[in-house]
Design a protein around this ligand. Structure first.
Ligand SMILES: *Cc1c(COP(=O)(O)O)cnc(C)c1O
Length: 368
């Protein structure tokens, strides 16, 4: 028998979550964002559930090739554009749409030989200060692109820094929406602004809804504005379950410690279970004692430090648990139980995105 840990990818949950994005934006088209190997789910596996999307957005040219290898003929968008001039040859060959965020990318396009003009997404830096042209330079960049025979349609795009929270006294995006609107309102072309957080929270504003939304984390059932809202509130379902078994059970006496560094010391006699899952599987080492976990579908907590291949759990709420009992690290548990990845991430001081993306290579994955 292989080591009992496994990840499940729930294609019906992916399809459900994509439908949620569509319901939020009925008059827009939906990019399923599948960068970072579909947020750790695997491009090929995620594709099974997300093939109803209007297009797939990602960063890596090799991932775009994998999508074309699945016979996806629809739009693929490179969210950061090309990284060097010769990447444009692959864009021409595979018909990839690509972001343009800097002058150098325009220079490369101007020098590119192609019979097939490219569809480009001109990116504005409206306040995130990562990629894109500032408002003052945006129109000149647009005019330059518009004059190139290598360029077909130009879509106008920007990205929000705070769509998941109320900041700047308002809804966190108002200043960026305004900056984008002022710089672009008289330019032709489609627009794309919203990530998952804006798709869930801000689509009442038609300027935010625009022509395309970019649904990343919500497609996988992760909640961008947890803990203000949870997956039940947004009706999102976990697309990834990480589950394992108890390898052993220990009876610990008061005053005894558990695990490396003796970081946990029992105050009273305690029955604990040892789970076949550690940080080498992608479980966060920084999850402290007391992080949520399910044993046989019953909610309990971790005990002591997470080690490379194992972690310990308190079996007090599950007296019937024994070696072989099912453990849910996150996702769907037995008997209709569920532990959202957002809760585990929160306990570990991070976000669900990071845990999904960190699922380790050694964990076998099953598509259900
Ligand atoms: C990753 C990414 C998204 C998706 O963000 P989520 O928060 O996962 O929805 C959207 N747009 C751009 C430009 C991105 O890089």
């Amino acid at each position: 028998m292989p080591r009992p840990i496994e990840a499940l990818i729930h294609t019906d949950a992916l399809a459900h979550n994509l439908a949620r994005a569509r319901a939020c934006a009925p008059d827009a088209r939906v990019w399923a964002v599948v960068k970072a190997n579909a947020y750790g789910h695997g491009i090929e596996r995620a594709f099974v559930g997300l093939r109803g999307a209007d297009g797939f957005a990602l960063l890596d040219l090799a991932e775009a090739e994998r999508l074309r290898a699945l016979d996806w003929r629809g739009p693929i968008l490179l969210l950061e554009g090309v990284f060097e001039a010769r990447d444009l040859e692959l864009c021409s060959r595979l018909n990839l749409w690509h972001a343009v965020h800097c002058e150098q990318q325009i220079d490369w396009l101007a020098a590119h030989k192609t019979h097939q003009p490219h569809r480009v997404f001109l990116k504005m830096n409206s306040g995130m200060n990562r990629l894109g042209f500032r408002a003052g330079a945006f129109r000149a960049a647009w005019a330059r692109l518009n004059g190139l025979p290598q360029v077909d349609e130009i879509t106008l795009v920007t990205h929000f820094s705070d769509a998941d929270a109320d900041r700047f006294g308002k809804n966190g995006i108002a200043h960026q929406v305004q900056a984008f609107h002022e710089a672009t309102h008289d330019l032709p072309g489609e627009r794309s602004l919203a990530n998952s957080a804006a798709t869930l929270r801000h689509l009442a504003d038609p300027r935010v809804r625009a022509d395309w939304v970019r649904a990343g984390i919500m497609s996988y059932g992760g909640v961008p504005d947890f803990p203000e809202h949870d997956s039940a509130f947004w009706d999102l379902r976990p697309a990834m379950t990480l589950r394992s078994h108890l390898l052993a059970v220990q009876q610990v006496e008061a005053g005894e410690s558990v695990g490396y560094g003796s970081a946990f010391v029992a105050e009273q006699p305690l029955r604990i279970g040892i789970v076949a899952c550690g940080y080498a599987d992608g479980y966060p080492r920084h999850a402290p004692s007391g992080s949520p976990i399910l044993v046989d579908g019953v909610r309990t907590t971790t005990v002591g430090r997470v080690s490379m291949d194992m972690l310990a759990v308190d079996l007090t709420p599950v007296p019937a648990a024994q070696p072989g009992s099912e453990v849910t690290l996150w996702g769907e548990g037995p008997h209709g139980s569920r532990l959202p990845v957002d809760e585990v991430a929160r306990a570990a001081g991070t976000i669900g995105y990071e845990l999904m993306c960190a699922l380790a290579q050694r964990v076998p994955v099953t598509v259900v």
